[in-house]
Ligand binder design. Structure first.
Ligand code: KIV
Ligand code: ZN
Length: 520
């Protein structure tokens, strides 16, 4: 492998998975492993086979399924663990065994209740034993960040001599500072005589929010492998986030001079998949993969990006697989952005008075917070709002509970008539939406559904916000009530009415275009 190439070792399925509230099934783990393979990570740590029969089966299934990435399994520095690990990995053909033991004084004395010579001996024996099953053995010094340097040099040298091709230096408790961690790696390179025979890896935890900075600092001192997880999942505060470390290497190759073999266009999709399968939402302002990471809100920023994206974007959303950057239309958005958005919606400048629209937009944004496309259109075609025949809720009954199928009966009024339908669903909310779909004849794809408590205590009001994708656009509906089922129904009806209005606006525009053509 070229000297400037950093090996990306993903441990989402091991360190990440062990931190989840509920462990994943084999199918879910295979879906994640396939996504990591598409992303072209070099090594996938699939699990800790000796920890449970389920874990063993998952590692075995992944080892049989994944062809492009090297599959790795974790084992303590114990022969029994290593044997089980090798057995689970066998379907892969070539595989990596990762064996570890604690090396810090506090871990050795308080956790293992052993002394340094026992640890050294166990480490050497584990590496030699693992080499009976594969040439690709990785050894980790758990809690290396707090290990006396003399001990670290000694065990790294011994592990390499015993046959480890990779030696990992973890900051297990996320304690070190970037400069300090970089110094540890530098010292290892300068004090271990056989260091050129192995790849030095790092595995940093995020307890002080420094895992990515520490990993980059280690790379600057010669580390050749970074261990990380998608969305930074992992023990406690998590691990070094794959997307951040990879995009730093990519974006700042001018300074770092390193590259990875990853297909970075898969980053966004992989992050969404892991978040969904693991049921761990990504915070909106998370670097690289947060929903706001490429969304510009300030008017000055939006204006700059429209003139030249480089004004506020150091990497493009397309590079990580997002189709476009987004502008949140709020009271901070300027005229340029409104004009640009209307252009994208197909409106020519001659169809509206920008000053007038902009004033109306600001009043609406003050009331609503975020302004969506259909809101903007209703301003361009005055009088359009409310002209579509609106639905309103006149009856709702929902039944759900453990061991029952959720069902809902809904009656909607429109144009003086009432229509009633019943439906079932995977849960009460879906049952309500299905019943409304039956009445309106539209099956809508809900992209986002959120409930937020708007007041405090047991009787807090719940606001439901729904975003639906329809004809390539996003439609938003919201409602607030003490009863979240009622709020869900009303928010969904609100979306339906917004879509009806937009459809009506569209047909008015088409008619107007035909008429003006006829006069030409
Ligand atoms: O954090 C850690 O030290 C680990 C090891 C098992 C590598 O996860
Ligand atoms: Zn870890």
């Amino acid at each position: 492998m070229e000297s400037d190439r950093i090996i990306i070792f993903d441990t989402t399925l091991r360190d990440g998975e062990q931190s989840l509230a509920a462990s994943l099934g084999v199918k879910e783990k295979i879906r994640i492993a396939r996504a990591l393979e598409r992303l072209r990570v070099d090594v996938i740590e699939a699990g800790f086979p000796v920890s449970s029969p389920g874990e063993f089966e998952s590692v075995k299934a992944i080892a049989g399924e994944i062809k492009e990435s090297r599959i790795c399994g974790l084992s303590r520095a114990l022969r029994g663990d290593i044997e089980v690990c090798a057995d689970a990995l066998k379907p892969a053909g070539d595989f990596r065994i990762h064996t570890f033991i604690s090396t810090s004084d506090v871990h050795i004395h308080e956790k293992l209740r052993k002394d340094w010579s026992d640890v050294l001996e166990m480490a050497v024996d584990a590496v030699k034993f693992a080499r009976r099953f594969t040439d690709d053995v990785e050894f980790s010094c758990e809690d290396a960040g707090r290990t006396p340097l003399e001990h670290l040099f000694q065990i790294v040298e011994a592990a390499i001599k015993a046959g480890a091709a990779t030696v990992n230096i973890p900051d297990t408790v996320g304690y070190t500072l970037p400069s300090e961690f970089g110094e540890i790696i530098r010292a290892v390179f300068n004090n271990v005589p056989n260091i050129d025979k192995a790849v030095i890896s790092v595995h940093c935890h995020d307890d002080l929010g420094l895992s990515v900075a520490n990993s980059i600092s280690a790379v600057q001192q010669g580390a050749g492998q970074v261990e990380c997880t998608i969305n930074g999942l992992g023990e406690r505060a998590g691990n070094c986030s794959l997307e951040e470390v990879v995009m730093i290497l990519h974006t700042r190759s001018d300074i770092l001079g390193k590259k990875t073999g990853l297909n970075i266009r898969e980053i966004s999709r992989t992050s969404r998949l892991v978040s969904q399968i693991c049921n761990v939402p990504v915070q909106p302002n998370k670097a690289i993969v947060g929903s706001n990471a490429f969304a510009h809100s300030a008017g000055i920023h939006q204006d700059g990006v429209l003139k030249n994206r480089q004004t506020y974007e150091i990497m493009t959303p397309e590079s990580i697989g997002l189709t476009e950057n987004s502008f949140n239309l709020t009271s901070r958005s300027g005229r340029h952005v409104i004009k640009h958005r209307l252009e994208l919606l197909g409106y020519e400048e001659s169809e509206y008075d920008l000053d007038e629209i902009y004033n109306d937009f600001l009043s609406l944004a003050d009331q609503k917070g975020r302004v969506y496309d259909y809101d903007l259109e209703s301003l361009v075609i005055p009088g359009s709002m409310g002209e579509a025949a609106s639905y309103h809720l006149s009856y709702l009954n929902v039944s759900s509970g453990a061991g029952t199928i959720a069902s809902a009966t809904v009656a909607l009024g429109q144009d003086g008539e009432t229509c009633r339908e019943a439906a079932t669903g995977n849960g009460p909310v879906e049952a309500v939406f299905n019943a409304i779909d039956r009445i309106t004849g539209r099956t809508l794809k809900v992209e986002d559904y959120r409930i937020t408590a708007k007041t405090v205590g047991r009787s807090a009001l719940g606001q439901v916000d729904i975003v639906v994708a329809y004809n390539g656009r996003s439609f938003h509906g919201a409602s607030i009530s003490e009863d979240i089922m009622e709020a869900s129904a009303r928010a969904y009806i609100n979306v339906v009415n917004n879509i009806e209005t937009a459809d009506m606006v569209e047909s008015m525009r088409k008619t107007a275009a035909v008429q003006s053509h006829a006069y030409e």
